[in-house]
Design a binder for this molecule. Structure first.
Ligand code: HEM
Ligand SMILES: *[C@@H]1O[C@H](CO)[C@@H](O)[C@H](O)[C@H]1NC(C)=O
Ligand SMILES: *[C@@H]1O[C@H](CO)[C@@H](O)[C@H](O)[C@H]1NC(C)=O
Ligand SMILES: *[C@@H]1O[C@H](CO)[C@@H](O)[C@H](O)[C@H]1NC(C)=O
Ligand SMILES: *[C@@H]1O[C@H](CO)[C@@H](O)[C@H](O)[C@H]1NC(C)=O
Ligand SMILES: *[C@@H]1O[C@H](CO)[C@@H](O)[C@H](O)[C@H]1NC(C)=O
Length: 234
């Protein structure tokens, strides 16, 4: 399979999976939910996203990841956006927050939409729409986003830690994590294809498998040796 074909296969499945996730989590979502109440909402969001992505395309993977992190903790309810307070450590300040980026895009889109239709469009929908728009703007495929999500007010680092899969999880744990969200093993494989785009820091998840897999200075034997050598050069 050529990589453009693989990419569109992945994105095709992403479309389906996000759709299923939404159906499972909320009633009454539909494509064009704001058609009567704020007809220009989706165009304004796309326009704002374009202004950022044209200058910083690397924000597209960051925004896709933000959508995933939002949905896996309390459903797709925008709670990933909430800031910590003195009394509450929010999702974005949990350990797996490493390098969640692009909050400024969501903030700008929300501000632009509020100017046109105050108090109508949820932040949760904006996260979902911006992720789709950003990915399609870097020549990924596109998918339709049912809207009508409501925003949550609960955001805790504890919930993020409990719900987000760890980069150290084995396959049994990953299956359980996705299963607890109503996602199948196929969904897990397909959604992992989200990593077709974007970056990862070497430390700690990559370095441990390259340099100290069992604590004896060894490399994970399941990594293709040529690939492991190439990664070590990087
Ligand atoms: C299967 C469980 C998953 C695990 C354990 C996982 C873990 C990670 C880790 C450790 C990183 C690197 C973070 C960093 O070093 O900055 C990362 C990046 C990323 N993840 Fe995942 N992830 C998972 C699922 C997903 C899913 C379902 C999506 C979306 C469909 C996704 C989209 C991304 C993207 C796009 C990046 C790159 C972010 C950027 O370039 O800023 N991940 N993920
Ligand atoms: C986005 O909005 C700006 C300001 O309203 C406008 O000048 C521009 O043409 C729009 N761009 C797109 C791609 O719609
Ligand atoms: C979180 O804090 C940042 C920085 O002060 C601010 O720009 C952003 O609007 C805040 N977000 C929310 C959802 O309050
Ligand atoms: C991520 O969370 C840690 C606490 O676990 C915090 O110290 C750090 O500032 C957070 N990073 C971002 C970018 O929010
Ligand atoms: C996965 O990790 C769990 C928890 O550490 C462990 O109990 C289990 O045996 C592991 N399974 C596999 C297949 O490695
Ligand atoms: C490798 O792992 C072992 C066991 O966890 C640890 O004692 C050792 O310091 C590690 N080596 C390096 C170079 O990190």
């Amino acid at each position: 399979m050529t990589s453009p074909e693989l990419l569109s296969l992945i994105f095709f499945h992403l479309t389906l999976v996000f759709f299923v996730l939404d159906l499972a989590n909320a009633q009454g979502l539909k494509v064009g939910f704001y058609q009567q109440t704020c007809p220009s909402a989706e165009a304004i969001i796309k326009n704002t996203t374009a202004q950022y992505i044209s200058r910083a395309p690397s924000l597209a993977p960051a925004l896709l990841r933000m959508h995933f992190h939002d949905c896996f903790v309390n459903g797709c309810d925008g709670s990933v956006l909430i800031n910590s307070t003195k009394k509450n450590q929010a999702e974005k300040d949990a350990a797996p927050n490493t390098s969640l980026r692009g909050f400024q895009v969501i903030d700008a889109a929300k501000t632009a939409v509020e100017k046109k239709c105050p108090g109508v469009v949820s932040c949760a929908d904006i996260v979902a729409l911006v992720a789709r728009d950003a990915v399609s703007m870097i020549k990924g495929t596109s998918w339709s986003v049912p809207t009508g999500r409501r925003d949550g007010r609960v955001s805790t680092a504890q919930n993020a830690l409990k719900n987000l899969p760890s980069p150290f999880s084995n396959i049994t744990q990953l299956k359980a994590s996705f299963g607890s969200k109503g996602l199948s093993v196929k969904d897990l494989a397909v959604l992992s294809g989200g990593h077709t785009i974007g970056i990862s820091h070497c430390f700690p998840a990559v370095t441990i498998r390259l340099y100290n897999f069992t604590g004896k200075g060894d490399t994970d034997p399941t990594i293709d040796p040529n690939y492991a050598a190439a990664l070590k050069k990087i």
